[in-house]
Design a protein around this ligand. Sequence first.
Ligand SMILES: C[S@@+](CC[C@H](N)C(=O)[O-])C[C@H]1O[C@@H](n2cnc3c(N)ncnc32)[C@H](O)[C@@H]1O
Length: 262
Amino acid sequence: MPRNVEAKSVESDADVTFAAIESQTTMNDRRSLIAVRNSVRRAVGEYTYLEIGSHLGGSLQPFVLDPSCKLMWSIDKRPAVMPDARGSRFEYADNSTARMVALLTALDPAIGDRLRWIDSDAADIPASTINPAPKLMFVDGEHTDRAVYSDGEFCRRVMDPAGSVLVFHDAQIVYLGLRQLFLDWEAAGVPFTAYHLPDVLMVVEFGLAIHDDAEIRPLLLNNHVGYLTSLFVNDVYRHVANRFPAKQYWALRKTAKRWLRR
Ligand SMILES: C[S@@+](CC[C@H](N)C(=O)[O-])C[C@H]1O[C@@H](n2cnc3c(N)ncnc32)[C@H](O)[C@@H]1O
C-alpha cells in the first residue's frame, strides 16, 4: 500500500476513535496512542490500562472501544486549580468524575464493568489497590516535573512486572522530570528503553518491546515530526529571550562579566 494511503487511513481511525469525547491531545498524539495500543494488543492479547489524568475521558476512548482492554484504571485528583511547569496555574471547569463517567457510559453503556476510578493523587494510592496490574499506562495529570516524577515512579510500582509500556503526555513541558526519572532508573539498574513519538509522547518500554511493531516503526523513523513540533511549541521562550527586557538583561550580564574579568 502506498505510504500516503496508509497514513490517511490511520488518521481517519484517530478521527473516529476520539470523536465522542473532547481530548487534550493533537491528531498526531492520537495516532501514536492508537499505534501503541494496537502494538501492545498484538504483543500480549488482552490487557489492563491505567491512566493518570483523565479529565472528561477523552484519552480513555481508544481503550473503551477496544474489547481486548479488559479493565481501565482512571486516577484523577480533580483539583480546582493545578500548578504547571509553564508558569501559570490551570483551571478545568466542571472537572468531575460524574461528568466523565456519564460521557463514557454514552460511548459504552456497560463501561461500569470495565472502569475503576480513583479521585486522588497517585502517590496516595497503595500499590496493592491496583489489581489487576496494568500493561499499558498513560500519564497526563499535573504538568510539573515533580508530579511527573512521582507519577512515573507510581506506574513502575504498580505495572505488570512481566512486561509493560508507560506513555507520558506533554514531554515538551515535563522534560526535566522525565530526565531525572531516566537518570535515576539508569543509576538503579532498571532495564528500560525510552523514545519519543509524535507529537509530544515519551514512551518507556519495561520488558515489553513494541518498537519493532509495523505501526510504531514508521513513527519512530520519522522522528523529525515530534522533535520539530516540540521545539516549535516551546519557541515562545526564544521570543521572550529576544525581546525587552530579557535581551537587555543578557546584554547587561555579558558586559558586567567582561568588566569583572578586567
Ligand atoms: C490535561 S488534563 C487530562 C486530559 C486527558 N488525558 C485528555 O486527553 O483529555 C489533566 C488532568 O489531570 C488531573 N490532575 C491534576 N493534578 C493531578 C494529580 N496530582 N494527580 C492526578 N490527576 C491530576 C486534572 O484534574 C485533569 O483532569
